[in-house]
Design a protein around this ligand. Sequence first.
Ligand SMILES: Nc1ncnc2c1ncn2[C@@H]1O[C@H](COP(=O)(O)OP(=O)(O)OP(=O)(O)O)[C@@H](O)[C@H]1O
Ligand SMILES: [Mg+2]
Length: 727
Amino acid sequence: MPTILLADDDPMQHELVQATLGRAHRVLQAWNGREALAVARRERPDLVLLDVLMPELDGFEVCRQLKADPTTREIEVVMLSARGDRPDRRRGVEAGADVYMTKPFSPSALLDTVRQALGGDVAQALATPVLAEPVPPSERPAELVQTLAYAHELSALYEAAQERAARFRFLVELGKDLVAARGLDALLRLALERATTFSGHDAGSVLLLAGPDGPLKVRASVGKSSRGSWLAALDDLAARALRELRPVTFDGEPRDASEPQGTPPADSARPSARPRTSAPAVPAAPGAAVGLPLVTPGGVPLGVLRLESRESTGRLQVHDLDALQLLASQLAAAIESVQLHERLQHGLEVLQAIHEAGRVLSATLEADAIGGRLLDIARRVSGLEAAVVRLRNRRQHVRLWQTAGPEALWRWAQATAASRAARKAALATGEAQCFALGVPPDGAAPLTGWCICLRVQDRVLGVLEAYGREDRAAENTAEFLGSLASQAATALDNARLYRELAERERQLAELVGRLLVAQEEERRRIAYNLHDDLAQLAAGIHQRLQAFAHDYRPASPQAQHQLDQTVELARRMVGQTRGVIADLRPTTLDDFGLAIALRAPVEALRADGWEVAYEEALGAERLPPAVETALFRVAQEALGNVRKHAGTTRVQVALRRRDRAIRLEVVDWGRGFRVSAARAGAGAGERVGLLGMRERIALLGGHCVVRSWPGAGTRVIAEVPLPGSHE
Ligand SMILES: Nc1ncnc2c1ncn2[C@@H]1O[C@H](COP(=O)(O)OP(=O)(O)OP(=O)(O)O)[C@@H](O)[C@H]1O
Ligand SMILES: [Mg+2]
């Protein structure tokens, strides 16, 4: 029997050659160039079938060395190459090859070539086309019959190999498509459609582990869904595939994919190896199913790919199962990467939401708005169904404050025993609580609840409670809600502080207003008393003294001088008393109004030699008493400041009406000052003139501005709206 050495790194090639030549030849095998040389030298075959492209040494080099070695020179060498172009053929001939064959070749072509090469007609063999002409049947009928039988068998093998190659190509393509699929749903659907097409099952599901310790839950399905005992059997099959981390098939009976075909049912075959409880329940009707574990490249089980048919599809071939398991591995890797991507994406969204929450929550000091936004963000980002916020009231009772989501749902959820216990624990410990709520009365899936304290430092302001479907809620929900709750608590505390501050300011303003009114009243009373008593008395003394001086002329010039001085003192006393009364409360303000009352201080300055411009457009028009008093006091203080600090004698006073407001301006061209530093170093109760101006005007809803700069004079502007205006 001739010995043939096949040197090729393709297992399929070995299979083909073995099947074609194995019966009539002794076929030796080598998988690379170096091994080919070693086997050839050791075994001295009659012929070497030499693949061109091989690891370690290529076919040309092996051929050259064989032909160069006197001990192997006589061995016939047939080069096998996928490339049939001329340069390659020439290289083959140059290396010393006896025959050159182009792959793929049919079994009959191989038989012919080998026969001819062993027959010695090298020139003819080299000239032989890829499909060698068959030898006329009449020459060797017995061989022909055998050859035809081989050829028949081999073409079946060849076709099967082609089909397998096509299936593997399909898998490789699927791998690419899985990587390109967007989102978990699209990915699972694609994998299921391709897997059922590949295996011939009419339905399929992907079951994923809900958590590291299960349970398995159907995440996607194609085809008609199963029910009853058949479904129970399928679930058992999936659980077993995952537990044992290997494919499990079911074809009327459960069976390991690794078991050879035709073995009896698992339970009866190996009762001791497999506990009875682990075997899937036997369904009433026949059917076929396979469960393939989904395990990531890192060895983490994710779930099971399950394919099923109500009709028996016939036992899956081992290599089909291999292909399906390959598909399952590709799917697991793709699921892992999609989940990772989704987790990252969600993490990013959460970070953005936390950032956004900080901005949104701190943008308002309204507690109601903060509560509303808190609930809105909590529900939007974590996929929750409902949420409520409870706050402590003044009596430290925690009361429902704001709610979001369907009323029936949160009413039911917050009243459950689990919620109450979690709330109690959260308030007592300050720790976030996550608890199972069970299935709501009109819901389909069980809910999970989270209870998180709204805390600022050591104070617990209340709790945020959120309820959602566990399978839909993001895995870092508790962390996210915690961060949200702490931001909301700070915002709520700020809102409270602001409310208290605003309330205190309001009370203070009211107090100042009352004080000013009381002060004015007191001034008016003193002014009137002075006017009625002291001023009258002084005027009386002055008149009498004048009359006395007129009637009784002293004899000595000395006595006359003293009398004149006394009359003058009495006159000055009258003047000063009137000045004090005017300062305290000019009666003209009550009697003739602001514009006329302002003439007095203006005239007083002019009398002292000042250049004072006074413009007014009100005349005798009367304004509300509070407005007249406030603007008069502002003018009084501003003119007083000019006199005390400005170092000038030029001033302008203007009183105008602007729409429904009265505007007073006092301008000087004096030394000016830094308004921001006006009170620097002042003690309590000192330098309060400017503050008083602003306060008086603000109480009336107006505003008072002081514009000044060293060397640039000073401008005081006070504007007060008149009642009924809508500024
Ligand atoms: N017209 C002005 N020209 C220059 N400096 C001025 C003028 N008005 C105010 N100032 C500066 O601003 C400071 C604050 O003025 P403000 O009226 O508040 O206090 P005051 O006049 O010093 O004391 P009082 O409490 O008696 O009014 C003054 O001390 C002065 O330095
Ligand atoms: Mg002052």
